[in-house]
Design a protein around this ligand. Structure first.
Ligand code: SF4
Ligand SMILES: [Zn+2]
Ligand SMILES: [Zn+2]
Length: 313
């Protein structure tokens, strides 16, 4: 197969687009797709400061690489989740990426934010599945760091496969409020929130992996050990089968939802304007935010366990 751009030998074939690319043309194609998405969805302007949430994986590092290449003002944010060796290795990759390119990187670690706040400890203390505990804490720290650093935008590396799996899950249960918030650009609903954007939402996991590989990005290849049990993987698997039978399905599913169907759910997003958490001051729909209530729950469980151990001793 030949490259659709320059007719050299193609190194990658994208079935969804029925197109082959050589390495330089593929890198150009990928960057252009991101650039187009940013412009089409009015994600951010060159004068805005962008906080890029990086996990050390291919998606977030590829995103950071492209944004830097396009000349945007970026700072990385790595949040250490305390998930054993996986977290150590992902942090190393994020730090090495930033160090080699002389890019600013904010590193926060859940274990340093309060005793026993690492994801496995919170999950065990609250009997939640790890991903539920992890999601609530990530959202809190992403928002808090973006607010503290006075960034304009928070960008995450969610790709087409992530968004298609999330959309399928939301549609299967007709979660109208979730569908209302499933947008590639979320405008802030409170002065302490920043705009949240997903510039890779129309690029597949495969396309992102090829970009990261071809540009020599050293990313953590292993998945988080908790990902295995996640329902999202079942949806991804189902979507991959549909994609094999009919290339381009995922792209059409997500793109047409965002461009035509999403607004039908806009009214379901009406959660009102959040107030402020009495504990940490970040936006909250109740007296305290979901992160602080999680911390309280962990502390209460731990105190009860310590008291029981004392009595037993
Ligand atoms: S798989 Fe779950 S626990 Fe692991 S990083 Fe993702 S959300 Fe967190
Ligand atoms: Zn070419
Ligand atoms: Zn709070």
């Amino acid at each position: 197969m030949k490259c659709v751009r320059c007719k050299a030998k193609a190194e990658v074939h994208l079935r969804a687009h029925n197109a082959g690319f050589c390495r330089p043309c593929y890198l150009g194609y990928f960057r252009r797709q991101v650039e187009r998405t940013i412009a089409h969805d009015h994600m951010f302007r060159p004068d805005e400061r962008i906080l890029v949430a990086v996990s050390g994986g291919k998606d977030s590092l590829a995103l950071w690489d492209v944004l830097v290449g396009l000349g945007y003002q970026t700072t990385g944010l790595y949040l250490g989740l305390g998930i054993g060796g996986y977290s150590d290795r992902s942090r190393e990759r994020a730090e090495a990426f930033a160090g080699a390119r002389d890019l600013p990187l904010v590193v926060r670690s859940l274990a340093d934010e309060g005793s026993g706040l690492a994801v496995p400890d919170v999950a065990a203390a609250t009997r939640r599945v790890p991903c539920a505990a992890c999601g609530a804490m990530k959202r809190h720290f992403f928002d808090a760091v973006a607010h503290e650093g006075q960034f304009d935008v928070l960008a995450t590396g969610h790709n087409l496969d992530d968004e298609a799996a999330r959309l399928l899950g939301n549609v299967l249960r007709w979660q109208r409020d979730h569908l209302a918030r499933q947008r590639p650009v979320l405008e802030p609903t409170h002065p302490k929130f920043v705009r949240k954007v997903k510039p890779l939402y129309l690029l597949s996991e495969y396309e992102t992996a090829v970009y990261a590989f071809m540009s020599g990005i050293d990313y953590v290849v292993e998945e988080c050990p908790n990902a295995e049990g996640a329902t999202q993987l079942v949806y991804k698997d189902a979507l991959n089968r549909l994609e094999t039978a009919s290339p381009g399905t995922k792209h059409a599913f997500v793109k047409e939802f965002v461009r035509t169907a999403q607004t039908l759910f806009a009214d379901d997003a009406a959660r009102g304007v959040p107030g402020e958490c009495q504990q940490c001051g970040m936006p909250a729909f109740g007296a305290i935010c979901s992160f602080c209530s999680l911390v309280r729950e962990v502390e209460a469980k731990r105190a009860r366990r310590a008291a029981a151990e004392l009595t037993a001793g």
